[in-house]
Unconditional design. Structure first.
Lengths: 217, 333
């Protein structure tokens, strides 16, 4: 570029740049609407300041976003499916089998197992959402709560079980007694059965036997 | 004395407001909000920063050269602040009564370089020294177009006294301003403004500081209050050059409002207090333009900086000097 083209180029580009920035400066008197990302014209908002002053205001998040997990323990049948599917093993369940059906969930599924422990460690969670997919009663859901940072990592372990220590101990003893009774009952019947069993042909082995997948610890 | 005392207080207040304004300007240009937390709309942010800064430890590294290291910020500030002594404030309060006021001003603010060089050298840090060397090269180069553009005004007005320059422009609002009375001064004003940006080490000429590669340049090793003095000097330089630009080209403390028929708008908006207001108001608009430029244009490379000064601004200002001489000789007389 020659000497004078340089000058005219500099003048033109500076004028263009300055015009652009002053336009932005003037448009700063507007604020962009804090629309959720799901809204149809989310990308249409071009003018104004975009800053979200987070603790004071926030952009609405979709209901089905993958954030903090929540378990509606009253609807949980403690089927353990969520814990099994979890790729990072962040759900820990300690089931106690109930002696008898003790209630129904809101969708009518009978409740047969008590959840002595239902802990979800959100520090481990990878937010894949698989647990919510497999949940048969849809009691395990992902909520729109995303701000639950703590200074202690142990506070990221959320406990959903509502049972007290006493209740757990009581249910355990109930189950033990029930099993003893059952075993006693079985012993009496099995003696009678064993006589018959000799004459009975042994059952054929199943053709396909699923290989047990060892759970990582 | 009165002007100096006024400008000292005004400078301190100005820096507090200007740092906030600068951050807000930057934020608005970049679609952000800027400081919002301290006080309503973040207006107390600078005061909070200032309080933090003066509480900080005055760190002196072992390897620094003590005396120049401690003197440098003071020299920089004194050089800039002494420049304010010759500025008039309004029609009644003139600055120091120096016949060659304008040249004194240009000479004194050049001492700024000495302080910056001392700071970089005494820091005993290669990047600080890089910053200082760039700063010296830059300020020395840009003195020339700046001096020549000021000389254009001096040729046209025929005085070096800034108060006389202001009086020459009084009369009928903005019609009497130098830049409108003498349109040949438009290009010298742009040269003055660009050279002023370079003198005060502002973007796009902030190579001495260049945060991204020299991490602050010559003031890297400074902390707390001493660093604050450098900051104060930078903003002081901005304000000083804006005021000088206002006096030379935009009528100084004269009201921009002209008389319309028998409605004496100019006389109504003149006087000591109005004069001070107009001078500072016009200067602050120029300061805003400096900020606007800062957040628009990227930093120049060292070779580009030098070629801009020596290949473009200096020849152009010599040409303008010639044209102003012709204008003075044949068109005014």
């Amino acid at each position: 570029m020659s000497y004078f083209t340089n000058i005219s180029y500099a003048v033109r580009t500076i004028r263009k740049g300055m015009a652009l920035t002053i336009r932005y400066f003037l448009s700063a008197r507007f604020k962009r609407n804090k629309k959720p990302v799901t809204s149809a014209n989310y990308f249409d908002e071009e003018n104004g300041t975009f800053t979200v002053q987070y603790p004071h205001e926030e952009i609405p998040v979709p209901d089905h976003g993958r954030y903090k997990l929540h378990n509606e323990i009253d609807d949980c049948i403690v089927c353990d499916k969520c814990a099994k599917i979890c790729p990072v093993d962040c759900i820990e369940i300690e089931p106690i089998r109930a002696v008898e059906e003790y209630g129904k969930t809101s969708d009518g599924t009978p409740l047969r197992i008590h959840a002595a422990k239902f802990d979800i460690d959100m520090a481990k969670c990878c937010f894949c959402g698989l647990c919510t997919v497999v949940c048969p009663t849809e009691c395990l859901t992902m909520t729109d709560e995303f701000d639950y940072s703590t200074s202690n990592i142990l506070d990221h372990n959320f406990s959903f079980s509502k049972m007290t220590e006493q209740e757990i101990a009581q249910k355990k003893t109930e189950l033990e007694e029930f099993q003893k009774e059952k075993a006693a009952a079985q012993n009496t019947t099995s003696e009678e059965k064993s006589v018959k069993a000799v004459s009975k042909k042994p059952a054929g082995k199943p053709v396909f036997k699923p290989r047990p997948i060892p759970k990582r610890k | 004395m009165l002007t100096l005392a006024f400008y000292l207080l005004f400078l301190l207040a100005f820096v507090v407001v200007a740092v906030y304004a600068e951050r807000k300007t930057a934020a608005f240009i970049q679609n952000r909000l800027g400081p919002m937390e301290v006080g309503p709309k973040g207006i107390l942010q600078t005061i909070a920063d200032l309080l933090k800064m003066i509480q900080k430890e005055d760190i002196r590294a072992n390897a620094v050269d003590k005396l120049p290291f401690l003197l440098a910020p003071i020299i920089v500030f004194l050089a800039v602040f002494a420049g304010f002594s010759v500025l008039p404030l309004n029609s009644e309060v003139a600055g120091s009564d120096v016949t060659g006021g304008l040249f004194l001003l240009l000479a004194i603010i050049s001492l700024d370089v000495l302080g910056i060089l001392m700071a970089g050298w005494a820091s005993n840090n290669k990047y600080s020294l890089f910053g200082s060397m760039r700063s010296v090269a830059q300020i020395v180069s840009y003195e020339i177009p700046m001096g020549l553009s000021v000389l254009c005004v001096v040729i046209v007005t025929g005085t070096l006294d800034l108060q006389k320059t202001s009086f020459l422009q009084s009369g009928n609002g903005l019609i009497n301003w130098n830049i409108i009375q003498h349109p040949v001064l438009i290009i010298p004003f742009f040269i003055f403004f660009i050279a002023g940006l370079a003198e005060s080490n502002r973007t796009p000429f902030d190579l001495p500081e260049s945060e991204s590669e020299l991490i602050g340049g010559y003031h890297t090793e400074y902390s707390g209050f001493r660093w604050g003095i450098f900051m104060l000097s930078e903003y002081g330089m901005m304000l000083l050059l804006s005021i000088v630009g206002t006096i030379l080209f935009f009528g100084g403390w004269n009201s921009p409002l002209p008389n319309i028929g028998s409605f004496n708008l100019y006389e109504m908006t003149s006087g000591a207090i109005w004069g001070t207001f107009w001078l500072l108001f016009k200067s602050i608009i120029l300061v805003f333009i400096q900020m606007w430029v800062r957040w628009t244009l990227p930093r120049l490379r060292v070779d580009q900086l030098m070629s801009l000064s020596w290949k473009y601004l200096t020849p152009l200002s010599i040409l303008m000097l010639f044209i102003c001489g012709i204008w003075k000789l044949w068109l005014i007389n």
